[in-house]
Write a protein of this length. Structure first.
Ligand code: SAM
Length: 285
């Protein structure tokens, strides 16, 4: 796998805090990065969650479905296979992700927009899905309010996020190693992905957005990499951490990762790192 761009690893507020600079061009990523995301990261990681999210939300024929922060569209495509493409809309901030989404599934309605101000009417959807993105939003409650607004009365909202680092059998120990070698800044840079992973905090976000009595489920999947070194490259070099550590520290992180992740490697060196997620589902009252 190649590198995951900053924009897909850090939220805008996180980027500002970590780098003391504004995110480049409102965090738009280049088209090649979006194509690499679709070609490498979707099959190796993101695709496995889409049926789980659609099942949790009970996506069935005839429903109108919205995918928020849809990326290159794996969730919207999975939903479209169940409800028909004309019933599905995908929204994302990044135009490059949408360009790839349009190339792959031109029959779905893809729109550029911010989760905090969705360019859609109240109550336009039966179900709104959001996969692997809530932790990037500067104001997750605001985004959930917007999601609830477009879902309308009795609509279903389903959100999938990674569990906390302390529940991650591979990523938890990996981030511990990086923090030991590169300091606490490494922990906070590498933790963004897991920032919404505490189930109590997550359901509180739903509550604050007016989405009462959410149902939760936890699933274990796999993050596949061609090697442990590929994981280190993805996780370290795709954040500002990559530019801040010396070659020595990088080697120490890599050697530590090789040891700690050895139980998850196969004979050909491929890595199958277990990865836990939470799915939260709620009805808009
Ligand atoms: C890790 S990707 C997940 C994409 C997709 N849901 C999937 O599962 O493949 C995160 C996505 O969130 C999008 N994103 C980040 N902040 C956003 C915002 N405020 N509004 C809409 N999309 C946003 C990014 O452009 C990116 O496509």
């Amino acid at each position: 796998m190649g590198q995951l761009p900053d924009a897909l690893r850090l939220g805008t507020s996180e980027y500002r805090r970590m780098t003391n600079t504004e995110p480049p061009e409102s965090f738009q990523i280049p088209l090649e990065a979006a194509e690499a995301y679709e070609a490498a990261f979707v099959p190796a990681f993101f695709a496995q969650w889409a049926p789980i999210l659609c099942d949790a939300a009970a996506v069935t024929a005839g429903q109108r479905i919205l995918g928020v922060a849809c990326g290159t569209g794996i969730v919207a495509r999975t939903a479209a296979d169940r409800v028909g493409a004309t019933n599905v809309v995908g929204v994302d901030l990044n135009e490059a992700m949408l360009t790839v989404a349009r190339r792959v599934r031109p029959d779905i309605d893809w729109r550029q927009g911010d989760a905090a101000a969705l360019p859609l009417d109240d109550g336009s959807f039966d179900t709104v899905l959001c996969q692997m993105a809530l932790m990037f939003f500067p104001d997750p409650v605001r985004a959930l309010q917007e999601i609830a607004r477009v879902a309308g009365t009795d609509g279903t909202v389903a959100v999938l996020v990674p569990s906390s680092l302390d529940a991650q059998p591979a990523y938890g120990p990996f981030v511990d190693i990086a923090a030991r070698q590169a300091g606490s800044e490494a922990r906070s840079l590498l933790s963004t992905y897991f920032a919404c992973g505490d189930l109590g905090d997550l359901t509180t976000l739903f509550d604050k957005a007016g989405l009462r009595s959410p149902t939760t489920a936890t699933h274990l999947g796999i993050a596949r990499f061609p090697s442990v070194d590929a994981l280190v490259t993805t996780e370290v070099d795709s954040t500002p951490l990559g530019e801040r550590i010396s070659a020595d520290v990088r080697h120490q992180i890599r050697d530590g990762a090789r040891d700690i992740l050895a139980p998850f490697t196969s004979g050909d060196g491929g890595l199958e790192a277990p990865f836990e997620v939470h799915v939260v589902t709620a009805r808009r009252p």
